[in-house]
Design a protein around this ligand. Structure first.
Ligand code: ZN
Length: 310
C-alpha cells in the first residue's frame, strides 16, 4: 500500500459558510469552516478510502504501520492539513510552542502553521502580528480593547503565502479560502473575538492570560515574499517554506511530471484542476499521502498540487 487516499473531516464554525461547499466539497454543510484533509488528530481523524486499509483511521495506520511513514519516531502523526473557508472573521488568536503546550496542555504539541491563499474576495484582510514594542504596551492595548491600533492587518490576494511561527498573533478574515499546513495540534488561545455573541447571547471563551504568555513581542511583521522557483518537465515548483516543522512545495503542472519521494512520506493536496496519479484519476479537493515505499509518483494533467513534508 503506497498511496493512502483520505476522506476529509468537515467541521462547522460560527464563522463558517458555503465556501467549502463552493470549492467542491459536497459533503460540507452550509456552516462548514474547516476541512481536515490530512489528519490523524483525535479531534478529526481521517479515514482511509482505498486499498488494504480502507475504513481504517489514519491514526490507526500510523500506530500499526509506522513503516508507511518512514518509521519516524514522533509519538503522534506530526502534521495536519486543512482547507479553511471563512465567511466571517475568525477570532484574533495565537498558538503556543511545543514547550508551553507540553507543560500547560497535557503534553499536546505546539502549533506552527502556514497559509496559502486559495481565494480571497476583493479587499479581504488578514491579521498577522502586532505593533506593540514591549509586553507592557501589548498588555495595555488588550486592557484598553485597542485592537484597531494593536493589530497588524493588511489586504491579501490569491496566491499569497504566510509562515506563522507559534507565538504569532493572527486571524483569517471573512472572504478567505485558505490552505493550511500545521503541526498536529488543536491548541488555540483566543485573545479577542470582536465581542461576538452566540445565539444564547454568550461570548466565546477567551484565553487572555495564555495569549499574553505566548505572544512574541515585538513581532516580526515582515513576512517572506521571495520564494524559490524551479522548472519541472511540464510546469514549475515553488518552495514556500522549509522549516524545522515542515516543508511546503507548490507544483503547478501542465502535463506529465515525475515527483520523487525522498522524505518519510508526502502529504499531497490537489488545489486546482484534475489529472492522474500513476494512472488513477484525481481532482481538486483530493488529499492523500504518498507513503515511504513509493519512491516516485507520475502525475499527469493540468493541476496545482501542494506537497507538505517533514
Ligand atoms: Zn492559527
Amino acid at each position: 500500500m503506497s498511496i493512502l487516499m483520505l476522506h476529509p473531516v468537515f467541521k462547522d464554525a460560527i464563522w463558517g459558510g458555503k465556501l467549502l461547499k463552493n470549492f467542491g466539497y459536497e459533503e460540507a454543510g452550509d456552516n462548514a469552516g474547516e476541512c481536515w484533509g490530512i489528519s490523524a488528530h483525535q479531534n478529526g481523524d481521517c479515514t482511509v478510502a482505498n486499498g488494504e486499509f480502507a475504513g481504517k483511521k489514519l491514526s490507526w495506520c500510523y500506530e500499526n504501520h509506522r513503516e508507511l511513514f518512514g518509521n519516524i519516531k514522533e509519538d503522534v502523526f506530526p502534521l495536519l492539513i486543512k482547507i479553511i473557508g471563512a465567511e466571517d472573521d475568525l477570532s484574533i488568536q495565537v498558538h503556543p510552542n511545543n514547550e508551553y503546550a507540553a507543560e500547560h496542555e497535557n503534553g499536546a504539541l505546539g502549533k506552527t502553521e502556514c497559509w496559502y491563499v486559495l481565494q480571497a474576495d476583493e479587499g479581504t484582510k488578514m491579521v498577522m502580528g502586532h505593533h506593540a514594542k514591549t509586553k507592557d504596551e501589548f498588555v495595555k492595548a488588550i486592557e484598553n480593547d485597542d485592537y484597531e491600533n494593536l493589530l497588524n492587518s493588511f489586504e491579501i490576494n490569491k496566491g499569497d503565502f504566510f509562515y506563522i511561527p507559534s507565538g504569532t498573533l493572527h486571524a483569517i478574515c471573512s472572504g478567505s479560502l485558505i490552505y493550511e499546513a500545521q503541526q498536529s495540534s488543536d491548541i488555540t488561545y483566543r485573545v479577542y473575538d470582536y465581542h461576538r455573541k452566540d445565539k444564547d447571547g454568550k461570548e466565546r471563551q477567551l484565553h487572555v492570560q495564555q495569549s499574553i504568555d505566548v505572544t512574541t513581542v515585538p513581532s516580526n511583521n515582515d513576512s517572506n515574499k521571495l520564494f524559490t522557483n524551479t522548472h519541472l518537465d511540464h510546469g514549475s515548483k515553488t518552495r514556500y517554506v522549509e522549516s524545522e516543522f515542515f516543508t511546503v512545495d507548490c507544483y503547478r503542472m501542465e502535463g506529465e511530471n515525475i515527483v520523487v519521494n525522498d522524505k518519510p512520506f508526502q502529504m499531497v493536496s490537489i488545489l486546482e484542476g484534475e489529472g492522474t496519479l500513476d494512472g488513477q484519476a484525481v481532482k481538486k479537493g483530493d488529499h492523500f499521502i504518498v507513503c515511504s515505499d513509493q519512491k516516485e509518483v507520475v502525475y499527469d494533467g493540468v493541476m496545482t498540487l501542494m506537497i507538505t513534508t517533514l
